[in-house]
Design a binder for this molecule. Structure first.
Ligand code: SAM
Ligand code: 2KA
Ligand code: SF4
Ligand code: MG
Length: 216
């Protein structure tokens, strides 16, 4: 849990509280948060330890909807936008948390791979970053793509754009959905391909801006 600026997608630049839920079985080889993959009891520490840590680590804390809201207040966070990410946040039912946050004056956003059914408040802005043919063997659900407000696809080569095209063919309508391409690991060739394709398709470019300026 930390406060920073949303660095990716159409909401780039919005001050945000990030809640990074532990656990992900999807297995993307280039994942930048591999420390969130494992759910093991011996990795559980106190919320204080997590909030005070300055380095990424595999440790995490247990909490619930109301306690998270209390922790936001206790930490004096000023951001009114909450990004729920992971790991894979949609392994969990997020209806209680997202509704509680909206009812308390926050806006919410979920960052998900689209491989689990999405349970959240109808006011939540959902970003699906589809994960196709990854090691864990999960499939992207059409229901997740239908719910998405934004489809933010990580790319490094033309094959990834072709795979996205095949996925988008299953979506009933793209009206009101933002399609973004996000270069994998800031690779120059991936960025070049993303720029070229965004211009050709009238899609949005999503850079991981926080990485360029060295913030969390
Ligand atoms: C770490 S994931 C967590 C949420 C969820 N599991 C997912 O994949 O959307 C958050 C975002 O970071 C992106 N991401 C992860 N590693 C990346 C990398 N090396 N380069 C670019 N984007 C990356 C994902 O595609 C996703 O949009
Ligand atoms: N600043 C910042 N913006 C982000 N947007 C999505 C992120 C994620 O890891 O889900 C992320 C992140 O890790 N940091
Ligand atoms: S789905 Fe998300 S958290 Fe899981 S391995 Fe892929 S990028 Fe990482
Ligand atoms: Mg990140």
């Amino acid at each position: 849990m930390f406060e920073t600026i949303q660095g990716e997608g159409a909401h780039t630049g919005i001050p945000s509280i990030f809640v990074r839920l532990q656990g992900c079985p999807v297995g993307c080889p280039w994942c930048d948060t591999k420390h969130t993959w494992e759910i093991k009891e011996d990795l559980i520490v106190s919320s204080k330890e997590i909030i005070e840590q300055t380095e990424e680590s595999e440790t995490y804390f247990l909490s619930d909807d109301k306690e998270l809201l209390t922790l936001f207040e206790k930490e004096g966070y000023l951001a009114k936008h909450v990004v729920i990410t992971g790991g894979e946040p949609c392994m969990y039912d997020l209806r209680g948390l997202t509704t509680l946050l909206h009812d308390n004056g926050f806006t919410t956003q979920i960052e998900t791979s689209g491989t689990f059914e999405i349970f959240c408040d109808e006011r939540t802005y959902v970003t699906v970053s589809p994960k196709i043919n990854m090691r864990g063997g999960f499939e992207v659900l059409t229901s997740a793509l239908e719910r998405a407000n934004e489809i933010k696809h990580p790319i490094a080569m033309q094959k990834h754009i072709d795979e996205l095209d095949a996925l988008l063919a299953n979506v009933s309508s793209l009206e009101g959905k933002q399609v973004c391409l996000q270069p994998i690991s800031q690779q120059p060739r991936a960025t070049e391909l993303a720029v070229k394709t965004c211009i050709a398709r009238n899609w949005r470019l999503s850079l991981q801006t926080h990485k360029y300026i060295g913030i969390e």
